[in-house]
Design a protein around this ligand. Structure first.
Ligand code: BTN
Length: 240
């Protein structure tokens, strides 16, 4: 995939800019990178604090897939970020993927992904893949790349490495399907076998994290020993 990158000094959210471009028919591969966001957003309506010093970008994709399969792109992106970070982290650091699409280093969040889909007449028109990576200004409790590898990392260099990795993983998903992505993701999954609380819009389920199914849904064993598959929400580990 060929990327066409536009860098903005500041904007409310790169997601809004890329979605506007998508609505205008801009081809796949457009990227909006902002040095700072004034209204950065995370999953589930959360604010994504976006001061100067971290990577904030949104990528426009036009996957030929069903709307139900779009959440798979979060796993594609999480894996791509993880692979990109590989070259940045010295041995000894532990990188994990937390369902559905966070990247952790040494047990702390370094990156998050937000996918937003535009449907036209019920079909997927485009997907805005928003990627945030803490480089030098992490929020409280999170980790930055600069802290993890003890140097000053170039945000542009990281952006290009992540995009190259995203293109590779996206191609693998298109050509070989979700199973290869799922299997690679599960190998790096944060906390398989550990107690979790799955937080759903109107309830919580306690149990043990078992993995991810062929659709990307969370698989857990609830306290009665039943296997539960959960489509959307977030999970908390006892140790967090
Ligand atoms: C999360 O972990 O909740 C997802 C965070 C996604 C943040 C990125 S930063 C670039 C893009 N623009 C936004 O407003 N959000 C995403």
């Amino acid at each position: 995939m060929k990327f066409s990158i536009k860098t903005l000094e500041k904007t409310d959210s790169t997601q809004d800019v890329i979605k506007d471009l998508g609505a205008k028919g801009t081809p796949e591969g457009a990227v909006i990178h902002a040095l700072e966001q004034l209204k950065g957003r995370g999953r589930q309506g959360k604010v994504w604090h976006s001061p100067v010093g971290n990577l904030y970008m949104s990528v426009l994709l036009r996957p030929e897939c069903l709307a139900d399969d779009v959440p798979q792109l979060a796993f594609v992106s999480g894996l791509a970020i993880s692979a990109a970070l590989e070259t940045y982290l010295p041995a000894g650091h532990v990188k994990t993927l937390k369902w559905p699409n966070d990247v952790f280093v040494d047990g702390k969040k370094i990156s998050g992904v937000l996918t937003e889909t535009t449907l036209v007449r019920g079909r997927v028109d485009c997907v805005a893949v928003g990627i945030g990576i803490n480089v030098s200004a992490p929020p409280e409790g999170a980790i930055s790349l600069d802290t993890a590898n003890g140097r000053e990392n170039s945000i542009e260099g990281l952006r290009d490495t992540v995009l190259e990795s995203l293109a590779r993983h996206y191609r693998a998903w298109q050509n070989r399907g979700f199973e290869v992505i799922r299997a690679a993701w599960v190998k790096q999954a944060h906390g398989i076998g550990e107690p979790i609380i799955a937080c759903l819009p109107d309830s919580e389920i306690k149990g043990i994290f078992r993995g991810v199914d062929e659709q990307g849904w969370l698989v857990m064993e609830d306290r009665s020993g039943n296997e539960r598959h959960i489509k959307a929400g977030h999970i908390e580990f006892k140790s967090q």
